[in-house]
Design a protein around this ligand. Structure first.
Ligand code: FAD
Length: 386
């Protein structure tokens, strides 16, 4: 069988978008997914926030590009992504014990974001209450970005995969990869014992599966770990729902309005992850804490009915909160894209395009340089040893 130029391991939003961008650049691609497409971090209930607010400066240009692309992405891919441009708020709590720190922080983010060409403005409590009726008095201000919104992670990943398939990519689900190797040429060894060679490189977009796969391949692991963000679905009384994508500058909270009057509450509270079984479980104490935090910011959510709690979607986290994007080996035959730290979805349309350019031309795009796995700790990358 003729080897594809690239073998992509992982069928989440990154594997699927990378496959799409690679075939668009004329490369042949085989994508291998252990289970169903979009069944792990790019799966699970609810929707994902598409936000620039509050991001690290090194992700802001990518966020600007992605925000510009999201509204037309479904048309480009030929399938729905569930994107809704609701506008996004990063809320600021009075927290009198912290003085004006919240406001100063939000204003600093505003200056940084505008410097990267991202539309955002500070709104005071009065303007905030108009944008988000039902917000607590304690929420004194917010950073508002009209271009932000929410999208359906599963539909988006599948839309990318289906567009990639239409352009010639081979997409193989229920095909777990046991090992990867680069010598004498790039290859993957499948669980069924067969080997697939790649003409140019293996692209590891396996997220939580990355380090296990590297370890099985006797290759150095990356400094990242796995956690399961917890997602709650709540039905408030009197048909109340927040209207925007809301995050919080000081509190562990994100809320999103979903169909049928359901409010999704997430934002960083963790479930319990078991590495061995690769399964996550919600944690009762964290469910209560999450509901309390949400009700302190959105009082009408108090006494709402908790419909479900989920912690089934594992995500990888890194010490600096930034992903790893780079060739893992000196010969540039094994590329990794991982460590999304709970906010990789929104920027995928921009990251995948730049990464595909890198893979096909060999030239590192400036915007991805901060995420490189560099041997030289003083270099522009993240200073990990190969
Ligand atoms: C609950 C939750 C809420 C989030 N909220 C947001 C948000 O609001 N905004 C935002 O921007 N981001 C958010 N994120 C982060 C975002 O969803 C992830 O960063 C993104 O989905 C990661 O995509 P991925 O393709 O890298 O990983 P995944 O979707 O996990 O895909 C990796 C795939 O690799 C496969 N795989 C693993 N090992 C192997 C192997 N050996 N062989 C073959 N296949 C393998 C897995 O089965 C999996 O399907 C959230 C994440 C979670 C979990």
């Amino acid at each position: 069988m003729e080897a594809a130029d690239f073998i992509v391991v992982g069928g989440g939003v990154y594997g699927a978008s990378l496959a799409y961008e690679l075939v668009n650049r004329g490369s042949s691609v085989t994508l291998l997914e252990a289970g169903e497409l979009a069944s792990r971090a790019s799966g699970g209930p609810g929707k994902r926030g598409v936000r620039a607010n509050g991001r690290n400066s090194r992700e802001l240009s990518l966020a600007r590009e992605a925000l510009a692309r999201w509204p037309a992405l479904a048309d480009e891919l030929g399938s729905d992504t569930g994107f809704e441009q609701l506008g996004g708020l990063m809320l600021v709590d009075a927290m009198p014990e912290h003085g004006e720190i919240g406001l100063a922080r939000a204003e600093a983010h505003q200056r940084l974001q505008r410097g990267h060409g991202i539309a955002c403005e500070m709104v005071d409590h009065g303007e905030l209450a108009e944008l988000e009726p039902g917000i607590a008095e304690s929420q004194i201000a917010a950073l508002f970005n009209p271009d932000e919104g929410i999208a359906d992670q599963r539909r988006t990943a599948r839309a990318y995969a289906s567009a990639a398939r239409k352009r010639g990519a081979s997409i193989r689900t229920f095909t777990p990869v046991r090992q990867v190797g680069t010598q004498p040429r790039p290859y993957v060894l499948l669980e069924d014992g067969s080997t697939l060679p790649a003409g140019r490189a293996i692209v590891l977009a396996a997220n939580f599966g990355t380090n296990a796969l590297l370890a099985r391949s006797a290759l150095p692991r990356l400094p990242q770990w796995t956690m399961v963000p917890q997602v709650l679905m709540v039905q408030a009384k009197d048909d109340y729902q927040p209207r925007r994508l809301c995050g919080h500058l000081q509190k562990t909270l994100a809320v999103k309005p979903l169909p049928d009057g359901i409010t999704m509450i997430s934002g960083g509270m963790r479930g319990k992850w078991d590495d061995e079984s690769a399964e996550g479980q919600p944690v009762d104490a964290k469910i209560k804490e999450s509901l309390d935090v949400a009700a302190s910011v959105f009082p009408p959510l108090d006494d709402g009915v908790l419909l479900s709690a989920d912690a089934s979607s594992p995500e990888t986290y890194t010490p600096d909160g930034l992903p790893y994007l780079d060739f893992h080996d000196e010969d540039r035959r094994l590329f990794v894209a991982t460590g999304w730290h709970g906010h990789g979805f929104a920027i995928a349309p921009a990251v995948a395009r730049h990464a595909a350019q890198w893979l096909t031309t060999g030239r590192t795009p400036d915007l991805l340089t901060p995420f490189r796995i560099h041997a030289n700790p003083a270099g522009p990358g993240k200073g990990c040893h190969r």
